[in-house]
Structure formats: C-alpha cells, structure tokens
Design a protein around this ligand. Structure first.
Ligand code: HEM
Length: 377
C-alpha cells in the first residue's frame, strides 16, 4: 500500500494515481490525515474555492520562524497568503514576470550551463538542475556573477523552512538565508524604476497598481528564487528522464518547448499542493469541515482521461491539454514561461555538449520530498 505522499518519489506513481482518479477522486486518506483530491473536477473545485486557503488560518507563518527574516518573507509571499492583499500583490507579481525577456533568460541559462560543464567529467546534475535556474533568476534580479551564485546557495537554505516537517536547525538556517537574501536584493528594489530587469519591473508594476509598501516587493523577489528552486530542478530532471526513456528533444525552439510542456503534464515536477479548509466545503458527496486539510494531487489530475484524452501517452504538442502542474485560479503560477525557457536552454546545452541521456540509469531514484518530484541523477 502506498500513499499519495510516497507516490511522489516512486519510479512510476501513475498507475496508482489512475486508480485514485477512477475510484477515490476526492476522499479522506487516513495515512495522510487529509482529504485527497485527484480527479480534474475535484482539483479544479478545490483550487477555485475561497473556502480553502494556502495556510492554516491559525498559523499564517510557521511558528518556528515568526519574528525572523524568514518569517517576514514568508508572511508576505503571494504564494502563502490569501484574500484582497494577495490578489492586489499577485497582479503586481504577474505584471513583473510578464515582462521577463525570455531570450535573455535563455541566454543566461545557456551561458551558466556551459560554465558549469566547462570543468569536464560527468555533468554535475545538482548544479545544473538547482544552481543554474536559481542563478538565472538572480541575474534577472540584477545580481552579478558571484552574488548570483551566493543567492542560489542561500535559497537552498531558505526553502527548507517551507515544509511543515522543517526542523529548528533548518528554520534557523532559513532565517539567516532570508536576511542575507534581503541584503542582496534590497538595493535593486530601492533603486526602483531607474534600475533594469525584474526588480525594476516589479517596482514599476507596483506603481501602476498603486502599491506603496516595499517590504512585500522584496519578500516576493526572494519568492521568485524560492519558487524557481525545487520546481525547475524537477522539470530539468524529469525532462532528462523522458529523454533517457527514448523520447527525442526536437531541434526547433517551439517544438522543444512543446516537448518540455508535455513533460510538465506527463511527469509533473510539482506533484501536489495543500489547502487548509477555512469554511465548510462540498464537492460531490464529500463534505469537508473547517480545520481539515486537502492534498491536491495535480499530477493525478493531469492524467485524468476526462481532462486529457489518452492521458498516459507522452505526446508533445497535444491540442489544448489540461495541465494542473502550475496550479489554477488565484494561486496559479506566474513563472511557467520562465521555467520552460530555462529548462529548454539547460537541456539543449547539455545535449550540445555531447551528453547522451541513455547513460542515465534505467531505474532512477527520487529525492525524498513530499511534493516535488526530483530525480537523483
Ligand atoms: C517547473 C517549474 C515550476 C512549477 C512546476 C511551478 C508550480 C507552481 C504551482 C503549482 C504554484 C501554485 C501553488 C498552489 O496553488 O498551491 C506556483 C505558484 C507560484 N509560482 Fe511557480 N512553478 C514553477 C516555476 C516558477 C518560477 C520559475 C517562478 C518565478 C520566477 C514561479 C513563481 C511562482 C509564484 C510567484 C507563485 C505564487 C503564486 C500565487 O500563490 O499566487 N514559479 N508555482
């Protein structure tokens, strides 16, 4: 017997998810201690419901980081808040990320990948999957060589405070990292619209939206790095696994992007997310009371035959696929264009450098994480 949490790191969780979609589309799971939403209809309903929140109403910030820089950042993230302020700040974040120059992002990713590969030997996958995307986003935020690498290291410490299982040591390291990240990114926010890049776009978008508080802008700049980190590592890793299983990356840019977008659906780097029930919620026969939690299995909904015909086939360029990996509704990910751009650039460089995905082991293992599916390569 597996659970939807253990499934994240299994070699092939998809037959199990298919059973859940068919037999338990929204049901309470004793082992997880939460309701589990699996089919497309339940996942859509949960993500669209204002009765469900991204944090437990009684603990908006994890108790262990309250009053630290990590807590200050966490409490201002659009990802971790709900309601009117989130809605307004989210519009600012979406506006800023919408201005990212993807050609520049691809170029930065290609250059950093070549630098990492220049040392020769086996490709250092950890650095390519985690370090390069974080450094690209740091560079888009105006950090130069050196500072971008420091930011990439620090964000690895910061994200440790996000899971409910974080230890006091991880929370302490996250607090230190958040303080230093604020120091690194703060000047770019203060420079405001005179600067260039993502932080200048963030400040400009804030002015257009009549948003005047700068601390949440700085927090969400840190958020750009933290949202990139595990998720893009998973997308690069799962793309390499798809290639190792025999799929070929098309040579044209648009087709390569379509390929990576199908990896997003078929082998989602973020397999699930959580919601906390603040008001009574009903879907079908399920009645869920305040105080309960819902595990939203995005990766299962991607393979619901009611959402995508022949859902288990890996078919880049599917017409109009329903993809849940980037969430939906108020918390929908605004970073997908950037994530796909960076992934394509890193994987293309790796292949151009002569890496043969057939070298990867037939049976890959995955990091022991509860929501991100990241192969250990
Ligand atoms: C493959 C890569 C990525 C995946 C799979 C992914 C997935 C997601 C998901 C599922 C959510 C919503 C979580 C929820 O509703 O509970 C989310 C939110 C978010 N993502 Fe991404 N993401 C990726 C990359 C990025 C990148 C590169 C950025 C920006 C630089 C980004 C920025 C954000 C932000 C700011 C939010 C919060 C939105 C909100 O709560 O309103 N993401 N992402």
């Amino acid at each position: 017997m597996t659970t939807p949490i253990e499934a994240v790191r299994q070699p092939d969780p998809y037959p199990y998810y298919a059973t859940l979609v068919a037999e338990r589309p929204l049901a309470f799971d004793e082992a997880v201690g939460a309701w589990v939403a699996c089919d497309a209809a339940a996942v859509r309903a949960v993500l669209n419901a204002t009765a469900l929140r991204v944090r437990p109403p009684a603990e908006p910030v994890p108790a262990g980081i309250v009053g630290t820089p990590a807590g200050d950042v966490f409490g201002d993230l659009v990802r971790m808040t709900d309601g009117e302020p989130q809605h307004r700040l989210k519009a600012v974040v979406v506006d800023a990320l919408g201005h990212v120059d993807t050609a520049r992002a691809a170029d930065l990713a290609a250059v950093r990948t070549r630098e990492v590969l220049a040392a020769g030997g086996d490709p250092p996958f950890e650095e390519l999957m985690f370090g390069v995307p974080a450094r690209v986003v740091a560079a888009l935020c105006g950090l130069d060589q050196g500072a971008d690498a420091e930011a990439a290291r620090l964000i690895g410490d910061f994200v440790q405070c996000i899971p409910a299982s974080a230890t006091p040591e991880q929370q302490k390291a996250a607090a230190l990292a958040a303080g230093r990240l604020q120091e690194l990114l703060g000047p770019g926010i203060e420079r405001g619209e005179d600067g260039t890049g993502l932080l200048a776009d963030l400040v400009r978008a804030a002015r257009h939206a009549s948003w005047s508080r700068t601390a949440p802008l700085l927090a969400n700049a840190v958020g750009f790095l933290s949202q990139t980190y595990d998720a893009t590592a998973g997308l690069i890793g799962n793309t390499l696994v798809a290639l190792a299983r025999g799929a070929r990356l098309p040579s044209g840019l648009a087709d390569a992007e379509a390929f990576v977008r199908e990896v997003v659906r078929h082998d989602a780097p973020i397999q699930n997310t959580r919601r906390f029930v603040a008001e009574p919620f009903r879907h079908g026969d399920a009645e869920i009371a305040p105080g309960e939690q819902v595990l939203v299995v995005l990766a299962a909904a991607n393979r619901d035959p009611a959402a995508n015909p022949d859902p288990h086939a890996f078919r880049p360029g599917r017409p109009d696929p329903a993809v849940f990996t980037f969430g939906a509704a108020a918390h929908r990910c605004p970073g997908q264009r950037l994530a796909v751009t960076v992934t394509v650039a890193v994987v293309r460089e790796l292949l151009a450098a002569g890496f043969d995905p057939a070298q990867l082991p037939d049976e890959v293992t995955y990091r022991p994480l509860a929501n991100a599916r990241i192969p250990v390569l």
